[in-house]
Ligand binder design. Structure first.
Ligand code: NOJ
Ligand code: CA
Length: 694
C-alpha cells in the first residue's frame, strides 16, 4: 500500500458568519444540513437551560431535549445560563480512508457553536457544538480553560434524547463490562434490559438501571431509522442510555468507576460527540459516514504497514476443544508444526495472515482469579513453539503473523509489559496483534467501558502505532470512529462473536444475529466476527453446539460484514475438497465503495462492494430464520460491458438446521441492466463474485 495523505481531495469550503438564524422563538437558533432536510434547533428553555430539537423535513425526530452536567463539589451546570455568542459555519471536504468500506468520504456539514455562561457566580462557561450532516447530527460539550473550573470530576452527564413515539427498538443491555449480549427487539416501552443479563454478567458486571448500550437503533412509525451512538470517545467514560419510560426519552448514563465518578478531567476538555444517525432506509445506516466524519484525520503519517487481509488461525480448534491454549493440556494447539500447517494452508489459498493463540506462557492459570493478573508473559513462547522458526517459515511463504495478547483483564500487569512486548513485535517484524480482555478488570472496581480503560486502550493503540503494529481488540470498548485517526485499530469484537456458536449454553447466535448486528453494533466499526465455518454442526467435537446458519450464509458474511481483516475461521481440513471454498479464496477485504442493496433491521441485509484498485465486485446477502427472495440490481456495474457472476446460493433444500451445507454454485453472464433474483433459505445467504468478461 502506498503512503497516503488523507486530505488528497481538499475541496474545502469553510466560512464563518457571526449572526445567528433565529427560529422565530426567543433564544433559539437553527442550523440546517447541507441538503436542508435535517435541521437542529438549539434553544434556552425552561429555567434558562440549554436544549435542542432535531427535525427531518417537517417531522420532529428528537423533540425538545435538555442538556447539562454535574460535577463533584460544584453546583450542577444546567440552568440559569445566558448565551454569550452563537456562530455558524459550513465545511466540506473529501478525504481518503487508509482502508474500509469507502475509499473517499465526503465530510460536509453545517456547524452551530453556542457559548453559554452562568448568570450567577461562579460564571462558568462552556459551549455546545452541533454539526448537522445529511445523514444525521452530532453535538458535544466543550469546556474552555477557566478559573472557576480547573480540575473537574464529572459525576453525571444529563444528555437527553426526547423521543416522539414508542419506536421499535433493537437494543442490548447497557452492560459496563461486555457487549457480548444478543440484541433484542421490542418497542421502546418494552425494553427490559435487566432481565437480559446472563449469569456470567450478573456475576461480574453492573447494569445500574434499565439502560442500553450504543449503538442502539430505532424505527419510527413513519419508517424512519434512528441510531444513537457516540463519536471520538477519548479520556472519558463511555455513554450508555437509560430508558426513561415515563418521559419517553433516553438519558445518558456514563460508565462508572470505583469512586462512583464518571470522568476526571482538567479544562480545557470536550466530551465525545453524541450522535443521532437518521436514515429513510435501513441500509442507509450502513452507508452513513457521520461517525467517521466526527473524528480527526489520520495521525499515522506512513500507514503503508497497515494491510487489510484475510487470515487463518490456531483458534477455532481451541474453541471446539480439539486442542488447548496451554501446553500442559492434552493437545497444545500452538506448536511449531501446527503453525506451519496453517501457514502453508494460508499461502496456498490467497490468505494473508495467521493468528496464533496460545503461543506464549501463562495459559495454565488464566481462569484462576488469583493468578490471572500475573500469569501471562507477552514475550516468552512455550517450549514447543519455535517463534523464530515459525516466523522464518511465514516470511518465506509470504504470510504475516498475527500475535496474541490475552490479558485476562490483568491490565496493571499488561501495562507494565507493554513496552517490552511491542518492542519485541517491532524487532521481529510482526505488524499485527490481537488483544483480549476476558474477565473483570484488575485494578478491581474499574469497568471495561469506563474512563480508566478507555485511556488504557488508547495507550496501547498509540504505542502500537509507534511500533508499526495494528490492533484487533476483543472485549474492548466499542468503536466510536477513532479508526479514522488511528487506522491501526483495524477491528474489534464488541458483540457476540462466532465463538459463542462453539460453546454457548443458550444455543449460540440465532440466524437473525448478523441481520441485526449489521444495523446496530456494526455501525460502530469493523467487526472481527470470524466467519467461514463450513463444518456447521461439528459433531465430531461438540454434539450440543452448532452454527445456526447455512454454509452460503457463512460465505456471504465476507461481504455483509465490514472489516479490513476477515478470518477464515474453520479448520483447514474442513475446507478440503469443498468447491464453495473458492469464494473465500477470491473475496477481497478492502473496498472502493459499499452499497446496501436491500435490507430491514433484524431481518436481512444485502451489500454490494467494489474492491479497491480492481474491477472486481462482490455481493453478500444474509437472512434471518425466514427464507426470502430478494433482488440485486446490478446497475452499479459500468455500462456497455458483460460480466461473469459466480453465484454461491443456498441449495433448494437448504435450511440452517435441517440441511445447512446444501449450496449450489452457478455462473451467469450479467450486465448493468441485470436484476438478479436472490433466493435465500431460512437462515441462509448468497455470495456473488463478479468480474469483467475477457
Ligand atoms: C475471547 C476472544 O474473543 C477469543 O477470540 C479468544 O480466543 C479467547 N478470548 C482467548 O483469548
Ligand atoms: Ca470474545
Amino acid at each position: 500500500m502506498k503512503p497516503k495523505t488523507l486530505f488528497i481531495c481538499a475541496a474545502c469550503l469553510a466560512f464563518f458568519v457571526s449572526s445567528c438564524k433565529q427560529a422565530g422563538k426567543e433564544h433559539s437558533w437553527t442550523v440546517e444540513a447541507p441538503g436542508k432536510k435535517i435541521k437542529v434547533e438549539v434553544m434556552l428553555a425552561g429555567n434558562n437551560q440549554p436544549a435542542y430539537r432535531i427535525l427531518h423535513g417537517e417531522t420532529v425526530v428528537v423533540d425538545t431535549s435538555f442538556l447539562g452536567m454535574e460535577f463533584r463539589d460544584q453546583p450542577p451546570l444546567s440552568e440559569n445560563l445566558n448565551v454569550v455568542k452563537a456562530k455558524q459555519s459550513a465545511f466540506s471536504e473529501t478525504w481518503e480512508t487508509v482502508w474500509g468500506d469507502q475509499q473517499k468520504i465526503l465530510n460536509a456539514y453545517s456547524q452551530l457553536q453556542v457559548e453559554f455562561e452562568e448568570t450567577t457566580a461562579p460564571h462558568r462557561r462552556f459551549s455546545l457544538d452541533f454539526r448537522v450532516f445529511d445523514d444525521g447530527a452530532g453535538f458535544r460539550y466543550v469546556f474552555p480553560k477557566q478559573e472557576a473550573m480547573d480540575s473537574v470530576v464529572v459525576m453525571d452527564e444529563h444528555t437527553t434524547f426526547q423521543l416522539t413515539g414508542d419506536h421499535q427498538t433493537w437494543w442490548q443491555p447497557g452492560d459496563w463490562e461486555i457487549y457480548e449480549h444478543l440484541y433484542n427487539e421490542s418497542l421502546f416501552s418494552g425494553i427490559d434490559a435487566l432481565s437480559k443479563r446472563s449469569k456470567h454478567d450478573l456475576a461480574q458486571s453492573s447494569i445500574p438501571e434499565n439502560a442500553v448500550n450504543t449503538p442502539v437503533t430505532m424505527r419510527t412509525a413513519d419508517g424512519l431509522h434512528l441510531t444513537f451512538h457516540e463519536a471520538a470517545l477519548y479520556n472519558y467514560a463511555s455513554m450508555t442510555l437509560k430508558v426513561d419510560k415515563e418521559n419517553r426519552r433516553w438519558v445518558s448514563e456514563l460508565v462508572g468507576s470505583p469512586d462512583q465518578s464518571k470522568a476526571k478531567l482538567r479544562t480545557p476538555f470536550q466530551t465525545p460527540w453524541r450522535t443521532v444517525q437518521i436514515a429513510e432506509k435501513a441500509g442507509d445506516l450502513i452507508e452513513s459516514t457521520l461517525i467517521l466524519n466526527l473524528n480527526e484525520p489520520n495521525k499515522i503519517e506512513d500507514p503503508s504497514w497497515i494491510q487489510p487481509m484475510k487470515y487463518v488461525g490456531i483458534w477455532w480448534e481451541m474453541h471446539l476443544g480439539k486442542s488447548s491454549w496451554d501446553m500442559a493440556g492434552v493437545n497444545h494447539g500452538a506448536t511449531t508444526a501446527n503453525a506451519k500447517r496453517y501457514i502453508d494452508f494460508a499461502a496456498a489459498n490467497n490468505i494473508g495472515g495467521i493468528l496464533i493463540e496460545g503461543w506464549n506462557t501463562g495459559w495454565e492459570d488464566w481462569w484462576d482469579d488469583k493468578k490471572r493478573e500475573t500469569c501471562f508473559d507477552f514475550v516468552t513462547p512455550y517450549a514447543d513453539f519455535d517463534l523464530n522458526e515459525v516466523l522464518r517459515h511465514a516470511k518465506a511463504k509470504g504470510v504475516r503473523l498475527i500475535s496474541h495478547h490475552e490479558t485476562a483483564s490483568g491490565v496493571t500487569q499488561y501495562d507494565k509489559q507493554l513496552d517490552t512486548a511491542f518492542t519485541q513485535l517491532e524487532k521481529l517484524g510482526i505488524h499485527s496483534v490481537k488483544t483480549g480482555y476476558v474477565g473483570t478488570i484488575i485494578p478491581r472496581g474499574e469497568y471495561h467501558h469506563g474512563q480508566f480503560m478507555v485511556n488504557h486502550y488508547q495507550r496501547v493503540l498509540e504505542l502500537a502505532a509507534r511500533h508499526k503494529v495494528t490492533i484487533d481488540a476483543h472485549e474492548t470498548i466499542k468503536d466510536t470512529g477513532i479508526r479514522r485517526t488511528w487506522p491501526n485499530f483495524v477491528a474489534r469484537e464488541t458483540f457476540r462473536g462466532q465463538e459463542f456458536n462453539a460453546w454457548a449454553s443458550d444455543g449460540g447466535n440465532p440466524p437473525n444475529h448478523i441481520p441485526t448486528l449489521a444495523y446496530t453494533a456494526m455501525l460502530a466499526g469493523p467487526m472481527d466476527y470470524t466467519p467461514g465455518i463450513f463444518n456447521i454442526k461439528f459433531d465430531e467435537y461438540k454434539k450440543e453446539n452448532q452454527v445456526n446458519t447455512t454454509l452460503a450464509h457463512q460465505l456471504a458474511l465476507y461481504v455483509a460484514i465490514s472489516s479490513p481483516i476477515q478470518m477464515v475461521a474453520d479448520l483447514p481440513e474442513h475446507y478440503a475438497g469443498n468447491p464453495a471454498f473458492q469464494f473465500i479464496r477470491d473475496v477481497a477485504v478492502n473496498w472502493e465503495w459499499t452499497r446496501a442493496l436491500n435490507g430491514e433491521v433484524g431481518d436481512y441485509v444485502t451489500l454490494a462492494r467494489k474492491e479497491r484498485g480492481a474491477n472486481r465486485w462482490f455481493i453478500g446477502g444474509v437472512t434471518d430464520e425466514n427464507g426470502r427472495t430478494l433482488e440485486a440490481n446490478l446497475d452499479f456495474l459500468p455500462k456497455g460491458k458483460t460480466y461473469q457472476a459466480v453465484i454461491y446460493a443456498d441449495g433448494p433444500n437448504a435450511h440452517w438446521n435441517d440441511n445447512p451445507t446444501d449450496v449450489v454454485i452457478r455462473t451467469q453472464d450479467v450486465d448493468a441492466a441485470t436484476r438478479l433474483p436472490l433466493v435465500l433459505a431460512p437462515g441462509g445467504g448468497v455470495a456473488i463474485y463478479i468480474t469483467e468478461k475477457k
